[in-house]
Design a protein around this ligand. Structure first.
Ligand code: C2E
Ligand code: MG
Ligand code: MG
Length: 557
């Protein structure tokens, strides 16, 4: 018995008061294997051998079997006295007395650590590429299936990127396969570093890599834009020199992208799509990416073209401000919102909803923001010379990125001083996005602006996700109910309820509430009825060029 390598452990039947079975006997092998002394073990629950990686499901199975007096066999991780993990195959048999009552449990356990290691190795080999350690085709297929299942629960876009190194074959032939392999290992590392943990990077052999990216966007446009970001990041990382065993190499790759959000999409078809796109990238001169979906490619190309045009737009004076009147039931016309317009040559008017995000991507936020501020202040100064317009306020839109600029407050003050515009006629429209980060810092800026008499308005209110609690603490003057609610107040009860709530909320906080996007008399009447008295929208007027706005004002009287 003393030389036996099988661990034998006997417990009593245990009871609720004692916290379950307690150890009454262990053999010599127990001491050898676990490192715990017999004296330490006796009287304890066998649970002291378990730890954080012990299989909870196996334990549950064990408890359940023993409760109904059945023998049971489980595979578990146990811990030695030094905290080292080892795997056991554990057989437990209940021993009953003459009356049929359980009096003891006998546990017999064998060490199966080596077997488990071998299994893990087989598993690793079966699911991973031996050279790079990346997922292989089989694991990729599994992950793909899981992704599709997730798509079925929640339709969100995912992407399959196929990547082929440019001219890798000739490089392999020139420098030898050992260097080639070492390079592939480096490529694998860089690819893995470019994506998130939830994404899968696989090597399907040779120099063909595949990246499965999860949840790239809720709609096609967002997905295309995010997939583009990933693709650029990958191309950029790969094009940096590789140093392998003292040699420096330069590599590029061609990438094909297929996006999907449909659980019924077969993997083969998607592979064909990404492959096709990858060949188009090769044809287009390599070191680039292509989308399978022509529409997405157009979208991405168009954005990159527009980005190029945008860089010149400021210098070439292609921006103007249009002015949309704002009304109040008591005083009539009280002000206007300045809305940016870009007259792009060969393209016509481009909507700010398209170009503002681009402005931020290409780093023009500050200069364009300055331009708008300057133009608005000059407009205020010009209006001050016209009796019919001298009392009007002018609102400008400030993006979260612009507001975050460290010298934002100073630049506004400098502009007011330079132009001589009245601060109390200038209003800044912020969005909830501005309030998401660093609320304290944001509020400090708002308080400073307000102390100079500048008005602060919260635009598109009701669409953000932020909590309403912050409102109380902010130095705001006005809430603008988002047009999506306003436009359906008469047709959608939910939106009507939200609108009512915003009006009540605004009143309780002492804020003016303005409804934007008012298109019909009926909407205006409903809003008036629920206590909203300020409006802006096509029902009153579309945004107008400067001169047309002045003409509009003189017709108002
Ligand atoms: P916003 O600030 O919420 O502006 C209101 C938008 O609704 C404007 O679109 C306006 O033309 C439109 N609108 C006004 N009344 C109605 C209506 O009755 N019905 C409908 N359907 N639409 C109406 P626009 O000019 O295309 O501007 C879109 C957004 O672009 C603005 O939304 C604002 O967030 C941003 N934006 C505009 N100018 C600037 C700017 O100078 N700087 C920054 N950062 N963003 C700007
Ligand atoms: Mg606005
Ligand atoms: Mg708005």
């Amino acid at each position: 018995m003393a030389q036996l390598n099988v661990v034998v452990l006997i417990t009593d039947a245990g009871s609720a008061e004692t916290g379950g079975p307690r150890i009454v006997y262990v053999n010599d092998a127990f001491e050898r294997v676990t490192g715990f002394a017999r004296a330490h073990a006796i009287g304890q629950s066998p649970r002291f051998l378990q730890g954080k990686n012990t299989q909870a499901a196996e334990l549950a199975l064990m408890t359940q079997a023993l409760r109904i007096g059945q023998p049971v066999r489980v595979e578990l991780i146990n811990y030695t006295v030094e905290g080292k993990e080892f795997w056991i195959d554990l057989d437990i048999v209940p021993v009953t007395n003459a009356a049929g009552l359980c009096v003891n449990y006998i546990g017999i356990q064998r060490d199966i650590t080596e077997k488990k290691k071998a299994q893990a190795l087989v598993e690793q080999l079966a699911h991973h590429d031996a050279l790079t350690g990346l997922a292989n085709r089989r694991l990729l297929a599994d992950r793909f299936k899981q992704t599709l299942a997730a798509c079925a629960r929640q339709p969100v876009y995912c992407g399959l990127l196929v990547l082929d190194l440019d001219d890798f074959k000739s490089m392999n032939d020139t420098f030898g396969h050992a260097q080639g392999d070492a390079l592939l290992v480096e490529v694998a590392k860089r690819l893995t570093a470019c994506v998130r943990d939830v994404d899968t990077v696989a090597r399907l052999g040779g120099d063909e890599f595949v990246v499965l990216i999860q949840s790239v966007g809720n709609d096609a446009a967002e997905a295309a834009s995010n997939a583009e970001t990933v693709a650029r990041k990958i191309l950029n990382r790969l094009s940096q020199n590789f140093n392998v065993e003292g040699e420096s190499y330069h590599l590029t790759a061609s990438l094909g992208i297929a996006l999907f959000n449909n659980a019924a999409f077969p993997m083969d078809a998607l592979f064909k799509q990404s492959d096709l796109a990858m060949y188009q990238a090769k044809k287009a001169g390599r070191n680039t990416f292509r989308f399978f979906d022509a529409g997405m490619q157009v979208m991405v190309d168009e954005r990159s073209w527009l980005g190029g045009e945008l860089r010149q737009a400021l210098a070439q004076e292609q921006f103007t401000l249009h002015y949309q009147p704002q009304f109040d039931t008591v005083r009539g016309l009280v002000g206007a919102e300045a809305l940016l317009r870009w007259d792009c040559p060969g393209r016509g008017q481009v909507s700010p909803t398209v170009f503002i995000p681009l402005v931020e991507q290409i780093g023009l936020t500050k200069s364009l923001g300055h331009w708008v501020l300057e133009a608005a202040c000059q407009t205020l100064v010009h209006w001050s010379t016209l009796p019919a317009l001298s009392h009007l306020t002018l609102s400008i839109n400030v993006s979260p990125k612009q507001f975050q600029l460290p010298d934002f407050v100073e630049s506004v003050m400098a502009c007011l001083q330079r132009t001589g515009a009245r601060p109390d006629l200038l209003k800044l429209e912020l969005t909830e996005g501005t309030l998401i980060h660093d609320l304290k810092g944001v509020n400090a800026k708002m308080t400073a602006l307000k102390s100079y008499g500048i008005g602060l308005s919260l635009d598109d209110f009701g669409t953000g996700y932020s909590s309403l609690n912050y409102l109380r603490r902010l130095s705001l003057n006005q809430l603008k109910i988002d047009q999506s609610f306003v436009q359906s107040v008469l047709t959608n009860e939910n939106d009507a309820a939200i609108t009512r709530t915003i009006v009540t909320l605004g009143k309780s906080l002492g804020l003016e509430v303005l409804a934007e996007g008012v298109e019909t008399l009926e909407q205006k009447e409903f809003l008036t009825q629920i206590g909203c008295h300020a409006f802006q929208g096509y029902f009153f007027s579309k945004p107008l060029p400067a001169l047309a706005f002045e003409a509009f004002v003189s017709n108002c009287d």
